[in-house]
Ligand binder design. Structure first.
Ligand code: IPE
Ligand code: IPE
Ligand code: MG
Length: 239
């Protein structure tokens, strides 16, 4: 495939940014913004399949976010656990398959258990795939992948010359997830902040000034509409 004028992106990845600013502007604690942000996730997951989006990957906590106050970090972790608990029933009913990417080893063991539990519980769902990136960083993921391949070389005699793009993709957290077609970042920042560095090599990017707690299904639909007009060349010469 050298070029496609694309219709709907099958896989949309979102850097949900601006929760803190949204709350601060209203004179509320940052955590209120995160809570409202979680509400938005629910709404976006619900409309995604109707808009033709089969895969949704959202950035919830980066490997850099540990730099925040203990109060905010604990608050966010609590929110993740509660989201899993509260949404388990809905996700089962609505056919949502939930997965997580990122380095889980640093997370609270109870949260790790819940993550495994919901992944197992929703593994046969096929309506829409929701992947949540928690303690995720693209560099950390690639470093862990390099370790996994080095281990295979030492332990099972993997020939380094046999390592190709597919071999690397297979040891990433996203081994069973397609690459994103579109990456959206909210809140007006125009950086990638260590998100899906390998996987988004050929993704389209959309940056919107809308803060994540204000990101409605209507805003989502409008951005998807803009994507439809793009000419994706993948290194070819276009349509
Ligand atoms: C995004 O909102 C959510 C997380 C990073 C967890 P922020 O918390 O980064 O909000 P701002 O950027 O400070 O407004
Ligand atoms: C990126 O947002 C990470 C998440 C959305 C989870 P940040 O707010 O942490 O990114 P920077 O610090 O502005 O790069
Ligand atoms: Mg931010």
């Amino acid at each position: 495939m050298s070029s496609t004028t694309s219709r709907t992106p099958e896989h949309v990845a979102i850097i949900m940014d601006g929760n803190g600013r949204w709350a601060t502007k209203k004179g509320w604690p940052r955590l209120v913004g995160h809570r409202k942000g979680a509400e938005r996730v629910k709404a976006i997951v619900r409309v995604a399949p109707d808009l033709g989006v089969k895969w949704l990957t959202i950035y919830a906590f980066s490997t850099e976010n540990w730099k925040r106050s203990t109060e905010e970090v604990i608050g966010l972790m609590g929110l993740f656990g509660r989201y899993i608990q509260r949404e388990a029933e809905n996700m089962s009913r609505e056919g949502v398959r939930m997965r997580f990417i990122g380095d889980r080893s640093r997370l609270d063991v109870k949260l790790q258990d819940m993550m495994r539990w919901i992944e197992e519980r929703t593994k046969d769902n096929t309506h829409v795939n929701l992947t949540v990136a928690i303690n995720y960083g693209g560099r950390n993921e690639l470093t862990r992948a390099a370790r996994a391949l080095a281990r295979q070389a030492v332990e099972t005699g993997l020939d380094p010359d046999m390592i190709d793009d597919e071999a690397v993709s297979r040891v990433l957290d996203t081994f069973d997830i397609p690459d994103p077609d579109l990456v959206i970042r909210t809140s007006g920042e125009t950086r990638v902040s260590n998100f899906l560095l390998w996987q988004a090599a050929y993704a389209e990017y959309e940056f919107t000034p809308v803060l994540w707690p204000d990101f409605t299904p209507e805003v989502f639909a409008e951005i998807l509409g803009r994507y439809g007009a793009r000419d994706r060349r993948f290194g070819g010469v276009g349509t």
